[in-house]
Design a protein around this ligand. Structure first.
Ligand SMILES: Cc1cc2nc3c(=O)[nH]c(=O)nc-3n(C[C@H](O)[C@H](O)[C@H](O)COP(=O)(O)O)c2cc1C
Length: 183
């Protein structure tokens, strides 16, 4: 049970975030050997390189949680055709000081949901660019560009019938990806 610890990073701080709901729903499709923990990124200060030698407590907490994880699951909205600033802020914090990144080598999966028809595709492509320089092996397929429509979630927050088979397939591939790349 919980052999692989997976850090879940949601790129929205919104109370009723679709992306947080998607993260909470999809982790229920994983086998018990994966244990998921959603990381808090809303209390991080704005990144300032002057602080690299003395990182704030929430930054040290974030880096500790990431270092203890065998994989990372990013679930992000698209803001102005890219990733939200809060997500980039968290990524930048945990990538520093230079040479002490907490991201390196962690297998990653990328998902996102938007009311828009393109389903966060541009944000995800931007994120993939960032994850490449962070040296994170990132699952290429299936891509999951999810549109928020009625029925995506049921009343209990589980995935609705129309999306569940696709997202179950996504999770099955992600589990295999983590097992292949986890140290
Ligand atoms: C600053 C801002 C920029 C946005 N830009 C986009 C965008 O480029 N593409 C898109 O599909 N939706 C865009 N949206 C709408 C978001 O997809 C929508 O607010 C979504 O619910 C945010 O995700 P969340 O529910 O997880 O918070 C934007 C929203 C905000 C607040």
């Amino acid at each position: 049970m919980g052999k692989y610890r997976i850090a879940v990073v949601v790129g929205s701080l919104r109370r009723e975030s679709f992306n947080r709901k998607l993260a909470d729903a999809i982790v229920k499709l994983a086998p018990p050997e994966l244990a998921f923990t959603r990381l808090e990124i809303g209390d991080l200060p704005l990144y300032n390189q002057d602080d690299d030698a003395n990182q704030a407590e929430p930054v040290r907490r974030l880096k500790g949680e990431l270092k203890a994880a065998q994989g990372v699951l990013f679930v992000t909205p698209e803001y102005n055709r890219s990733i939200p600033g809060v997500l980039k802020n968290a990524i930048d914090h945990a990538s520093r000081p230079h040479g002490q990144s907490a991201w390196a080598g962690k297998p990653a999966g990328v998902l996102g949901v938007s009311p828009g028809a393109t389903g966060t595709s541009m944000a995800q492509q931007h994120l993939r660019n960032v994850l490449a320089t962070l040296d994170m092996p990132t699952m290429g397929q299936p891509e999951a560009f999810i549109q928020a429509k009625d029925g995506l979630f049921d009343a209990a927050g589980n995935l609705g019938a129309a999306s569940k088979p696709f997202l179950q397939g996504w999770m099955d591939r992600y589990v295999a990806w983590v097992k292949k790349h986890a140290d």
